[in-house]
Design a protein around this ligand. Structure first.
Ligand SMILES: [Zn+2]
Length: 184
C-alpha cells in the first residue's frame, strides 16, 4: 500500500522539515488508542450493514506521545476481489485523505475493517499483510447476520521486521464517552 504509483504527484516543496510529523514517536512506542464513541458506532453500524461482506475505511487523527487519537472514520468501498473474505483500500484514497488532512495537522493513522461471521481477532492474512509499521488497525467483528457488531478492537502493525502472521500487536482501545450535549 505504501508507494503510490504516482510519485511525480508528491509535492516536496510544500513539506517543510519542521512541519513534518516529528520522529520522536516511533511506531513501537504507541501504546494506546482513543476512539470517540460516535466513531465506534459509525464503524459497527457500517460493519453490520455490509454483512456478509467486509466493510472498511481509513482512520484520521493524531499521534501524541504513546497515544494515537482517532478523530475521524472515513468509509471506503471495499475494493477486494472477494469482499466476503478480505478488504482492499485503493491507495489513491489514502493519498487524497492525507492531503486533505494536512492543513488540519492530522494524518492517516490507520484503517479499519470488519469480520462478517467472525470476531475482532486478526486473521492470519491480516497478520501477514500488516507490513507497514506504525499503522493502527481496528477490526470489528459481526458474529452473525443481523447480529449486533462487537466492540472494535485495535492493533498496531509491527511491520516487516516481525515475521508473519504475527505483525499485529493488540492495543488498548479507550472509547471516549459521548458528550453530555449529545445525550441531552
Ligand atoms: Zn481481517
Amino acid at each position: 500500500m505504501p508507494g503510490s504509483d504516482m510519485p511525480t504527484t508528491v509535492e516536496p516543496t510544500t513539506v517543510e522539515p519542521n512541519t513534518v510529523e516529528p520522529n520522536t514517536v516511533e511506531p513501537t512506542t504507541v501504546e494506546q488508542v482513543s476512539l470517540p464513541f460516535c466513531l465506534a458506532q459509525a464503524m459497527t453500524s457500517a460493519a453490520r450493514a455490509a454483512f456478509p461482506e467486509e466493510a472498511c475505511g481509513l482512520l484520521s487523527g493524531r499521534r501524541e506521545g504513546a497515544w494515537v487519537h482517532v478523530h475521524g472514520v472515513h468509509p471506503v468501498v471495499n475494493a477486494a476481489v472477494t469482499p466476503r473474505t478480505g478488504f482492499a483500500i485503493p491507495p489513491e484514497h489514502r493519498l487524497a485523505l492525507t492531503r486533505a488532512l494536512r492543513p488540519l495537522g492530522q494524518t492517516v493513522v490507520g484503517h479499519w475493517h470488519s469480520h462478517p461471521g467472525g470476531h475482532g481477532a486478526p486473521s492470519g492474512l491480516d497478520g501477514t499483510l500488516a507490513a507497514e509499521s506504525g499503522l493502527v488497525w481496528i477490526i470489528v467483528g459481526v458474529p452473525a447476520p443481523g447480529a449486533r457488531a462487537l466492540p472494535p478492537r485495535a492493533f498496531l502493525a509491527l511491520g516487516p521486521d516481525t515475521a508473519p502472521p504475527d505483525r499485529l500487536r493488540p492495543l488498548p482501545l479507550r472509547p471516549l464517552a459521548p458528550s453530555p450535549l449529545i445525550n441531552g
